[in-house]
Ligand binder design. Structure first.
Ligand SMILES: [Zn+2]
Length: 103
């Protein structure tokens, strides 16, 4: 068992994230590794702006075992974040074995 009580912190990059999204990520820092806000990700918007979340090892999307979430709006991202599930794929197991909550 890992009884490390030290709270992990989320890494933020790109534009300043909206307060609602940041609050969710901070409250679930055990699941969110990094949040990036900026252009170049989303093909559904002319400016390409999107929120891009990399989950921590041990978590993934419920439908496609993807560890990266890319959504154009805060509402879409929160909906996806609330739907993540524990993951035990090979990549996650390797990262978890290293410890530290990072990839
Ligand atoms: Zn995984």
């Amino acid at each position: 068992m890992n009884n490390d009580k030290k709270r992990p912190s989320v890494r933020y990059s790109g534009d300043t994230p909206p307060a609602t999204l940041r609050a969710w990520c901070d409250a679930h820092a055990d699941r969110v590794f990094e949040l990036h806000a900026g252009g170049g990700y989303c093909t559904e918007r002319p400016d390409g702006f999107a929120y891009d979340v990399l989950l921590r090892p041990g978590w993934c999307m419920s439908d496609d075992c993807c560890h990266t979430l890319i959504e154009p709006t805060v509402a879409d991202m929160l909906r996806q974040l609330r739907a993540i599930v524990p993951c035990d794929c090979e990549d996650c197991m390797t990262a978890l074995a290293k410890g530290g909550g990072s990839w």
